[in-house]
Design a protein around this ligand. Structure first.
Ligand code: LLP
Length: 427
């Protein structure tokens, strides 16, 4: 048996000429569940988590999985059972996290637009911290907490004005972004919040962007946050925790982001040097915990040769895999069968879906030797694919399978037509 592992995805490999995830062949999963089909490796998620756990060994740290990356219940359950808390951004995410077994005290609530209802719900269940993003939100949260006879634990998200050198749509810590409170307003905002009876300050946080592949922006943001933390504490306001957000990138197309443990060795040395190493530390990783663990299996419907382009039309589309259309993102696409099938000549294709938009592409200029009916695997599809999937073109959202060794659990059934029309009424 020959085994060859794909770069960046340690639990996805060819064995006996067929692409496998752990002990399961994708082809068998596609036959059983149909396509498009998202398949996740539990071992891969836990391996990604253990890089963070190694990095924080001996520290007082809480990993809060940023569930926007993939909020399917069984995925949340894997992380809850492994001891993770959660970073949430809506009451929908709160309800999902609780349904999957999250401990409320380990939940942090981020986002620039929390509604009063969402604040009340989060206060009622006793979440660990509200990551507040504006001065206006501070006043509203104080009012909501007082009305509910509660005290809201808060952290203020600082906007450190650091360039994470990633796609502009996923940069969040620059002056021009809507997120966080400007660095030079931070101390005054802490002082104002400290005077409000409905709030209890517990921390400080930042999140500078996503798919960050370089250590430097983190080092810079940490330095700036520690400057602020020192100034805030000098003003008599204690900070129980420091929260560094998420953002660590993954390998989509040969990127070489640092491993979580290596990144944290550097950042912890920085914290130690400034006397913050023994503080409670929070991180909010999303993509780096689930991204490479997921694959979307799709079937080739038609090959359509053209004058300028050849198209490989598959049954997955931008409603299933929105990242290429939204961010011109690259996902590797590989065949399930390692050797080219008889009669298939390698050719250059744009891999596109059935949705009626020219923006509906999954990969451009890919060399593939395929025939109609063959299956392809779209790699690194564990993060921000299913969680951003839609029913556009009245396409049902895909099914999802979680693989554990040789076992495959169906964790989400494909949307039926009834599912799609459930909340609608003829006038
Ligand atoms: N914490 C906060 C406050 C965030 O806004 C985010 C992501 C995270 C944590 C998790 O970041 P991660 O570790 O996953 O990079 N849809 C885009 C990514 C949007 C990220 C938004 N915020 C994409 O597909 O690339």
């Amino acid at each position: 048996m020959t085994i060859s592992t794909l770069a960046g995805a340690p639990h996805i490999h060819y064995a006996n000429g067929q692409l496998h995830v752990e002990g399961c062949a994708f082809e068998a999963l596609a036959q059983e569940h149909g396509t498009p089909l998202f398949v996740y490796s539990k071992a891969s998620m836990l391996a990604a988590l253990s890089a963070y756990q190694r990095g924080f060994a001996g520290r007082n740290a809480q990993i809060c999985y940023a569930m926007k990356a993939n909020s399917s219940l069984a995925i949340l359950q894997v992380f809850a059972r492994a001891g993770c808390g959660f970073d949430i951004v809506s009451s929908g995410e709160l309800a999902r996290a609780l349904a999957a077994g999250a401990r409320p005290a380990q939940i942090v609530f981020s986002g620039v637009g929390k509604t009063r209802r969402e604040m009340r719900e989060a206060l009622e269940v006793g979440i660990g911290c509200f990551n507040v993003e504006s001065e206006a939100e501070i006043d509203v949260l104080n009012e909501v907490a007082l009305a509910a006879d509660r005290v809201a634990p808060i952290s203020i998200r600082v906007n450190p004005n650091v360039d994470p050198k990633t796609h502009p749509y996923i940069s969040t810590g620059l002056k021009g972004n809507k997120f966080g409170i400007a660095h030079d307003r931070t101390l005054a905002t802490y002082q104002r919040a400290a005077a409000l009876p409905g709030l209890h300050i517990v921390g400080i946080d930042f999140h500078i962007g996503s798919q960050i592949t370089d250590e430097a922006p983190y080092r810079e943001a940490v330095e700036r946050m520690l400057d602020l933390a020192q100034a805030i504490e000098a003003a008599g306001i204690a900070l129980e925790h420091l929260d560094f957000g998420g953002g660590l990138g993954i390998n989509y197309n040969g990127e070489t982001p640092p491993e979580a443990d290596a990144l944290w060795a550097t950042l912890l040395a920085q914290l130690d040097a400034r006397g913050f190493g023994q503080r409670k530390l929070l991180v909010e990783p999303g993509r780096s915990l689930v991204g490479t663990a997921g694959v979307c299996v799709t079937e080739v419907l038609y090959l359509k040769p053209g004058e300028q382009k050849n198209f490989c039309i598959v049954d997955a589309a931008m409603n299933d895999l929105p990242r290429p259309a939204l961010y011109q993102a690259f996902h590797a696409i590989v065949p399930l069968a390692q050797s080219a099938p008889a009669g298939a000549q390698p050719a250059l294709y744009d891999v596109v879906g059935p949705v009626c938009e020219s923006g509906d592409w999954i990969g451009r200029d890919r060399t593939l030797a395929v025939r109609a009916g063959d299956h392809l695997a779209v790699l690194s599809a564990g993060a921000y694919c299913m969680s951003m999937a839609s029913n556009y073109n009245s396409r049902g959202r895909a099914a999802e399978v979680l693989v554990e060794g040789t076992q495959a659990h169906l964790i989400r059934s494909r949307d039926s037509i009834t599912d799609q029309m459930r909340n609608e009424h003829l006038a």
